[in-house]
Design a protein around this ligand. Structure first.
Ligand SMILES: CC(C)=CCC/C(C)=C/CC/C(C)=C/CC/C(C)=C/COP(=O)(O)OP(=O)(O)O
Ligand SMILES: O=P(O)(O)OC[C@@H](O)CO
Ligand SMILES: [Mg+2]
Length: 240
């Protein structure tokens, strides 16, 4: 199973360190209408917590991907459709761009048929991921477009991920990235909270990633974002 994200509009990102909203089950999460579930977070990840979420989602037929935040939390489980491994283009500490990847390849026998990378551009300086990777978040729309082009054309990345984790970002930067890309799939994540915000970013991004909303407001709120993303993608595809 490769490149399946080219057909997606929406991803739910489950943080194994956070609880679901009151009243929600993993069955509800899998039935939101999302195209895939990505399991990952920056802080306090463990293999055990990752495994619990995989086990809870495995019996439903939504594609399941792990997004490991370091080599120690990678779970070897056939229930996973694959691994989406971040490569942080604007990391201040090069380890997050390529260093941990090299160490991982040294210690593990990687299942390359199921392993893919996401070229992250981290843009919210307040996010844990920005602090951890010492990302340089001062990037203009032109810079973001250039990173996206480098990711696709020089680094051959299949996915470019504009990451505003925790806050709603600048749609103009997402638009700039989308205009710079020909082949790669553009993911947007950060502060998606309702139909409108999902719809706005999905005008430009191919796939909308929803994280905190799941843990805070719950599955019903997530369903609205699925609709917002799908409506915008249907329009964007018609206009092509
Ligand atoms: C080589 C391997 C297997 C792993 C390294 C992978 C890399 C480079 C990770 C760096 C970026 C990172 C930590 C990504 C994790 C996914 C992510 C951005 C989650 C969102 O996190 P936040 O919302 O900032 O954090 P919390 O919600 O945990 O506070
Ligand atoms: O938690 P939020 O702000 O929805 O962000 C989603 C995702 O991009 C985090 O990696
Ligand atoms: Mg978060």
């Amino acid at each position: 199973m490769s490149e399946s994200w080219t057909d997606w509009d929406h991803i739910v990102k489950v943080d194994p360190d956070k609880d679901l909203a009151p009243g929600d089950s993993f069955e509800d999460v899998c039935r939101t209408g999302t195209d895939a579930i990505e399991i990952g977070g920056t802080l306090d990840m463990t293999e055990e917590k990752m495994q619990e979420v995989i086990d809870a989602c495995a019996k439903y037929d939504v594609p399941l991907y792990q997004e490991p935040s370091n080599p120690a939390v990678v779970v070897d489980d056939k229930a996973l459709d694959g691994y989406l491994v971040p490569v942080v283009l604007n990391a201040g500490d090069i380890s997050w761009a390529i260093g941990f990847h090299k160490e991982w390849v040294k210690i593990d026998d990687i299942d390359w048929d199921r392993t893919f990378t996401e070229a992250y551009i981290v843009l919210n300086p307040e996010a844990s991921v920005a602090e951890l990777t010492q990302a340089d978040c001062q990037q203009t729309a032109e810079d973001v477009a250039a990173y996206a082009e480098v990711a696709e054309k020089m680094l051959g990345q299949p996915i470019v991920y504009i990451e505003y984790s925790g806050t709603f970002g600048d749609p103009e930067k997402v638009r700039a990235a989308s205009e710079a890309l020909e082949e790669a799939t553009l993911f947007y994540g950060g502060g998606i909270g309702d139909y409108e915000s999902a719809n706005t970013m999905a005008q430009y991004a191919d796939v909308i990633v929803v994280g905190d909303l799941l843990h805070e407001a719950g599955c019903e709120a997530v369903e609205e974002t699925v609709e917002g993303a799908q409506d915008a993608r249907a329009k964007a595809t018609n206009h092509r």
